[in-house]
Design a protein around this ligand. Sequence first.
Ligand SMILES: Nc1ncnc2c1ncn2[C@@H]1O[C@H](COP(=O)(O)OP(=O)(O)OP(=O)(O)O)[C@@H](O)[C@H]1O
Ligand SMILES: [Mg+2]
Length: 173
Amino acid sequence: MNNLSDYIYDLCQNSIHAEAKTITLTISFYNVLTVIIQDDGSGMDQDTLNKVKNFEYTSNKHRSVGLGLSMIYDLVKQTEGSFELKSKKDHGTTLILTFNHNHIDFPKFGNIGSVISDLYMYEALEQLKIYIKNGQFYKFDLKQILQKQKTLSIKKYIEENINQKLRNIGVDV
Ligand SMILES: Nc1ncnc2c1ncn2[C@@H]1O[C@H](COP(=O)(O)OP(=O)(O)OP(=O)(O)O)[C@@H](O)[C@H]1O
Ligand SMILES: [Mg+2]
């Protein structure tokens, strides 16, 4: 994992694996950087959620433990942030992360536009909502665009558009 976008991509894969139809990604910059990934996928029962929070469970048949959540937890701890995972069986999952993005250990932001445009390519995903906040507020609802034929030129357009909005608010993407 080289930058924050790689982590976000990996965490959104959890939502895809949980067969989410809608993913909402919120990125907001105030004193701290907050990243919220919310999905309406399969969710977890309390017992599974407890194990996942202790990094003792994976539904991946090719691994004995999962890596994604424990890696982001390490980054949160390194940068004096916070980690909250909420889930309800059959109702979905929400991950709320905060980071001190001025911390010396905080990675580069990376190509978040590419992460979002990659998600757009998933056929099973019906809705993708992106909120970017930093004084200015941007909202992208990719529902309409997700229903159209998926092409590389639209993918590229989404990537550029989102990265430009992030640059507008001073993010180094
Ligand atoms: N959004 C989610 N919806 C439902 N279950 C989830 C979600 N996120 C995580 N989980 C559960 O928590 C487990 C651990 O997640 P984690 O990302 O740490 O590892 P992984 O996805 O199993 O493997 P890796 O990320 O290393 O490929 C998952 O296998 C899954 O069972
Ligand atoms: Mg994972």
